[in-house]
Design a protein around this ligand. Structure first.
Ligand SMILES: CCCCCCCCCCCCCCCC(=O)SCCNC(=O)CCNC(=O)[C@H](O)C(C)(C)COP(=O)(O)OP(=O)(O)OC[C@H]1O[C@@H](n2cnc3c(N)ncnc32)[C@H](O)[C@@H]1OP(=O)(O)O
Length: 192
């Protein structure tokens, strides 16, 4: 299997964009990012969740790690593709939310699965912001197998759409903001 397997041939971002500018209060390189919501399947402490942790890298990248356990299998001994997509959604969303400090939800997420990801392996995911166009935020990520310079196993790119905080209170739990603040007391008071 060759290292470069560029399955994503369509232009990206698909529309003209502005360069993404990290928010003045965005956490800097080396910052270990906090859980954004303690009941999040991606980063929270739920039994069976992905328990992902992320760190801000240089040049507005976010690095995340996902270790595949027996609870994440699709085929015997291999990660389920849907859960891998979930790990990328988490890493990409973490980059968008933490670096831009704008509330946003995933509008579109596409993944290329380039290599099998076995149980016991760790995906080293690097997510970056690619551009913004009004409420639309484009981001992409690579996931390398077992080390930060391992072969790329999964690639993803996503469109996030900025939303008002009411998105969470009207479509989710009415007390969504209290639930966010219970995990991260100040973050969710930031005006978009
Ligand atoms: C603040 C401090 C933060 C602190 C730090 C936080 C850290 C935080 C870490 C989070 C880590 C979790 C990461 C998981 C993130 C989820 O899992 S989010 C859950 C999954 N996603 C959803 O549930 C979203 C459901 N969809 C929706 O609610 C609505 O469709 C949307 C996405 C809000 C868009 O609806 P809308 O607001 O009515 O806007 P709409 O005009 O339809 O679309 C806006 C633009 O986007 C385009 N668009 C929308 N969808 C698509 C699509 N699928 N394809 C192409 N274009 C699209 C539209 O064409 C439109 O383009 P323009 O016309 O403006 O050129």
């Amino acid at each position: 299997m060759s290292e470069e397997r560029p399955r994503q041939r369509t232009p990206w971002p698909p529309v003209p964009t502005e360069p993404p500018t990290p928010h003045a209060q965005a956490p800097g390189p080396g910052t270990k990012l906090q859980v954004h919501y303690d009941e999040c399947f991606g980063c929270g402490e739920l039994d069976g969740g992905l328990h992902m942790r992320s760190t801000v890298g240089e040049h507005a990248h976010v690095h995340a790690e996902f270790t595949v356990t027996e609870a994440h299998q699709g085929a015997p001994g291999l990660a389920h593709g849907g859960l891998l997509a979930c790990a990328f959604d988490e890493a990409l969303g973490s980059a968008v939310g933490n670096l831009l400090q704008r509330p946003a939800v995933t509008g579109k997420l596409e993944t290329d699965f380039l290599r099998p990801v076995p149980v016991g392996s760790t995906l080293f995911i690097t997510a970056k912001l690619d551009g913004t166009a009004g409420r639309k935020i484009y981001a992409s990520a690579d996931g390398r197998l077992d080390s930060a310079d391992g072969p790329i196993a999964v690639r993803a790119r996503a469109l996030f759409v900025e939303v008002a905080f009411e998105h969470f209170t009207s479509h989710g739990y009415a007390d969504a903001m209290e639930r966010f603040r219970r995990t991260r007391p100040q973050t969710w008071d930031i005006n978009p």
